[in-house]
Design a protein around this ligand. Structure first.
Ligand SMILES: O=C(O)CCC(=O)C(=O)O
Ligand SMILES: [Fe+2]
Length: 255
């Protein structure tokens, strides 16, 4: 009898006993052997996983609302979340921003650039009760104190507008010392067609849905994991797309 490991319902590796198949006897069930190989491989992967900022497990995050963990990719960590914002909060964020929209400015130099063709604006910190409530919730979800948060950025895309693949962190050559470490993109409306947030290196995309969000982080020691978070906003085909993006920095940016 030999001890094997299996992943139990509480996400813990538990030993279990199984009779070993003698090496000079071919297993009658090849599928059984494949399962054993898979278990050994997945144990190796788990052992080498890097620590993440996002610490929530299971299917829920309890804040002032109950957030649903809908799907997750482990490394790099990309999490799809449901019920992040109420309809009222989405509508209010859109209304607040509509009048203030300017052509998007991107990067540290804040120049206009074809990388992003949407319009955007930053919401001042805790501009009203709704913003303060959303920021608090976002800080709980992202597991980072609100002092590390840039102001919420609101983006509006009309048909044909997009955000080409990019990294949210600044490159080593940019000389930014307090870099970004994680992102939460919240969808403020339903888009009739197009506008997916896509991760070309992961072959993964998320369709916008009002109140839902996608979270990802890029604070890994292994730079290749950070670079797998390349992402963009696909062109909107029909309708409009509104998102609120929260970027978190390694060190505080507010008092
Ligand atoms: O619009 C999207 O889906 C992505 C937005 C984004 O990448 C960002 O705001 O950094
Ligand atoms: Fe981005």
């Amino acid at each position: 009898m030999v001890k094997y490991l299996e992943f139990n319902s509480k996400r813990k590796w538990k030993p279990y006993k199984k009779t070993v198949i003698s090496s000079n006897l071919l297993p009658t069930n090849v599928f059984d052997l494949k399962i054993k190989q898979f278990k050994r491989c997945s144990k190796l992967i788990t052992d080498h996983k890097e620590q993440t900022i996002f610490h929530h497990v299971g299917s829920k995050i309890v804040t002032d609302r109950e957030i649903a963990i809908v799907a997750r990719l482990e490394e790099p960590l990309v999490v799809v979340l449901g019920n992040v914002l109420s309809d009222e909060e989405c509508n209010e964020l859109i209304n607040m921003s509509t009048d203030k929209m300017k052509r998007s400015k991107i990067g540290t130099t804040r120049v206009e650039n074809e990388l992003r063709t949407s319009s955007s604006m930053f919401i001042e910190e805790s501009e009203n009760d709704i913003v303060a409530r959303v920021e608090k919730r976002v800080s709980t979800i992202m597991n980072i104190p609100i002092e590390h948060a840039e102001g919420l950025q609101i983006l509006r895309y009309t048909p044909g507008q997009q955000y080409k693949p990019h990294y949210d962190f600044f490159s080593a050559t940019s000389k930014v010392t307090n870099n970004r470490i994680s992102t939460l993109v919240m969808y403020l409306n339903d888009v009739e067609e197009g506008g997916e947030t896509f991760f070309p290196k992961l072959n993964f995309s998320v369709s916008p849905k009002k109140g839902m969000a996608v979270y990802f982080e890029y604070f890994y020691n292994d730079q290749t994991l950070n670079e797998l978070t390349l992402h963009g906003g696909a062109p909107v085909i029909i309708g409009e797309k509104w998102v609120a993006t929260q970027w978190m920095r390694k060190q505080r940016v507010r008092d």
